[in-house]
Design a protein around this ligand. Structure first.
Ligand code: HEM
Length: 494
């Protein structure tokens, strides 16, 4: 017998939690049994909206340790000295599936890291891929609709996906990555993570550098083949969740080396690749990886809902010494995440334990649904005031950013200089081993075979053109797999 008393939500000890209060042994139940009502009513409200994307995920706490001095590039306090440790919370996810979907679907994987720094929380909200399907936030909701369910059949629909991809050739680089076996990682521990976007570093002299972040798995890359992933979806849909929990619980803490590519601010004006184009990588030969630190995950959260489901990551969360870039997708994301989280979790979501900055948070935001804590107590709720209350500190100002002489307009992603959607995907394909090439072609063919409907031929032909333009072997392999006889002359001129 425990001496801990069961209580109602308001703290009243409960005498009996198993038998309804009834008139006589056979009922009916009395309306005054408000404890029964409270129990049922709370249960009815257990679900909150799932994330509109990345709904299925796994999380863990850990630490980040600086191993190399990069203070020449950034004054961010979390990187201020070798050996410095910062607590982190990481959430991995798939993208398109619902909260109950299988972990081994072919999809990019989300790789979101919250660093609890003394200058506020810094969120690096990336994927396991260095690029993305699109490069303008306008396209995000359209793209995601194609990854979700068909509005009529309520099933996934390969025709929607390939229709969108074939009409948006800038997606080719990411499509190819997701169609390699990296699209079905064995577990979250066995994949890299990337900021994908270009962000910026600012040093103590207020000099700006453009930067891309890479988390390199220390467990080694390990992937499922298409068939293995399909088998695992049936056998254990929560395989990646289980793998992460079990590894950490037995002390086999997963680790990633954090590395950066750093580009001096001025290079952006002359570099042959638009450094703010999310569909492109910076070749390492141009901007080599530099070591920065090690991230280790060592604690499974004690409660999934409290610490993983309620976790809110946002590209808007940067800290002194780290800044944004003009990347159009990043700019869209800066607005989108806090908006989604106000809807999903409520306006005071930053006050939830997993999201709350463990250091001082001082502002004049008050009230709102579910204001936790003392809501600012009796301190002034306006600024400026005469009471020695929190005030802005100009030393945190970012250096001004130069704007080239530009016209406000809606610039086409296919404009000259922005329309090479083929060189990098082609180079990537040519870098694959023969076995990886075979797998990739197999995976593409398996997926494209799912295209049905009146536009089937048109969609397949359009996408084939993109594969041919990237690499002849790739195009030929996919066409053969789909049993399409090809007139190479035709594709040579597209
Ligand atoms: C989650 C929007 C592009 C990585 C989300 C969420 C939204 C969103 C609304 C759910 C947030 C929540 O409810 O907490 C967008 C928009 C994009 C975009 C509008 C493009 C304009 C990207 C890109 C990446 C990415 C390019 C990776 C480089 C993630 C990750 C999560 C996420 C990892 C899950 C975070 C978590 O674990 O809670 N996105 N997204 N997204 N997004 Fe994006």
């Amino acid at each position: 017998m425990t001496d801990k008393k069961l209580t109602t939500a308001s703290g009243r000890p409960v005498a009996d939690d198993q038998n309804s209060l009834t008139a006589g042994p056979r009922g009916p139940v009395l309306i005054e049994d408000y404890i029964l009502h409270e129990k049922m009513a709370h249960f009815n409200r257990e679900r909150i909206p799932e994330r509109i994307v990345h709904a299925k995920g796994s999380g863990a706490f850990g630490k980040f340790t600086v191993t190399h001095d990069l203070t020449a590039f950034t004054k961010a306090k979390l990187f201020s000295e070798v050996g410095k440790e910062t607590k982190v919370m990481v959430r991995f996810s798939t993208v398109g599936g619902e909260k109950g979907s299988a972990d081994t679907e072919r999809d990019p994987r989300g790789f979101a890291v919250k660093f609890y720094t003394e200058d506020g929380n810094w969120d690096l909200v990336g994927n396991n891929t260095p690029v993305f399907f699109i490069k303008d936030a306008y396209k995000f909701s359209d793209f995601i609709h194609t990854q979700k369910r068909d509005p009529k059949t309520n099933c996934k629909n390969a025709a929607m996906m390939w229709d969108f991809w074939s009409l948006n050739p800038e997606s080719l680089h990411q499509v190819l990555i997701v169609m390699t076996n990296r699209g079905t990682p064995y577990s979250y521990r066995h994949m890299h993570g990337f900021s994908s976007h270009t962000l910026s570093f600012i040093n103590s002299k207020n000099e700006r550098f453009w930067v891309k972040f890479h988390f390199i798995t220390q467990q080694g890359i390990k992937n499922f083949t298409d068939d293995e992933a399909a088998e695992m979806r049936g056998k254990d849909p929560d395989f990646a969740q289980r793998d992460l929990v079990e590894a950490i619980e037995k002390g086999d803490f997963p680790r990633w080396a954090l590395k950066v590519q750093v580009m001096p601010e001025k290079d952006a004006d002359t570099y042959e690749i638009n450094p703010f184009d999310l569909t492109k990588v910076w070749p390492h030969a141009d901007y080599p990886l530099q070591d920065l630190g090690i991230m280790e995950l060592n604690q499974v959260p004690s409660n999934y809902f409290a610490f993983v489901e309620q976790a809110a990551f946002a590209p808007a969360h940067i800290v002194d010494g780290i800044g944004f870039s003009p990347d159009k997708m990043l700019q869209g994301r800066i607005l989108s995440y806090p908006d989604a989280q106000r809807y999903r979790l409520g306006v005071n979501y930053e006050q939830l334990p997993v999201n709350r900055c463990p250091y001082a948070v001082n502002n004049y935001q008050r009230d709102g649904s579910m204001a936790l804590g003392d809501n600012g107590g009796d301190a002034p709720n306006y600024f400026p005031n005469s009471f020695d209350s929190p005030a802005p500190d100009p030393s945190y100002a970012e250096p001004p950013r130069k704007l080239s002489e530009s016209m406000i307009d809606r610039y086409d992603r296919n404009a000259p200089g922005e329309n090479d959607h083929y060189t990098q995907p082609g180079n990537l394909f040519r870098l694959l081993s023969e076995e990886e090439k075979r797998h990739t072609i197999h995976n593409i063919v398996a997926s494209m075979k799912g295209i049905t409907g009146p536009r089937r031929e048109e969609i397949i032909n359009r996408q084939l053109c993109h594969f041919f333009r990237a690499d002849l072997t790739l195009g030929t392999g996919v066409a053969r797999g789909l049993e399409i006889s090809i007139d190479l002359g035709r594709f040579a001129t597209v």
